[in-house]
Ligand binder design. Structure first.
Ligand code: ZN
Length: 162
């Protein structure tokens, strides 16, 4: 699932619990749970040769990161914050770290630890629910998840002290 979905959910975790370590752990857990839902982008670059695949992943990742930044600025603005708290930063970090590690693992395909990590990440993506949605259905799913996250942010954003 794209960072533009993972990051605001991580922010919500951070705002919810406040404590940085717990926020980070919940951010990572939220990432894993969201990745279980079939979301259409699991095999976007599988057809490309390795070098082109890495370039394409970083192109998509860059576009995703810009969208994520726009959404996070809007989220923080809705909470009346110019600067996120450490807990919110930790939640965002936990929410996006698994995909950043995935990107790093593409740069170092010979690294054994990163290959193991790729298998774990792949397990959450493709093994728990063995259904692959089309790209279009996946984008609708991701937009729906983002809408739910933004609803949660709006509904609960002022509920907890930060
Ligand atoms: Zn992921």
């Amino acid at each position: 699932m794209f960072l533009v979905v993972h990051a605001p959910v991580g922010a919500l975790m951070g705002m919810w619990v406040g404590q940085p370590l717990a926020a980070f752990a919940l951010g990572v857990a939220s990432h894993a749970l969201l990745d279980i839902i079939p979301h259409g982008d699991e095999h976007l670059t599988d057809h490309l040769p390795p070098a082109a695949r890495v370039r394409r992943i970083f192109l998509y990742g860059s576009i995703d990161a810009v969208c994520m930044a726009v959404v996070l600025v809007a989220v923080l603005g809705s909470w009346g914050m110019d600067v996120p708290t450490i807990g919110i930063l930790a939640g965002i970090s936990g929410g996006v770290l698994p995909d950043i590690l995935q990107g790093v693992s593409e740069l170092f395909p010979g690294n054994r630890a990163l290959r193991t990590y790729q298998r774990v990440h792949h397990f959450f993506h493709c093994e728990i629910i063995r259904y692959e949605s089309s790209f279009l259905v996946g984008m609708v799913t991701q937009c729906a998840m983002l809408a739910v996250a933004l609803w949660g942010i709006t509904a609960f954003g002022g509920t907890y002290a930060y």
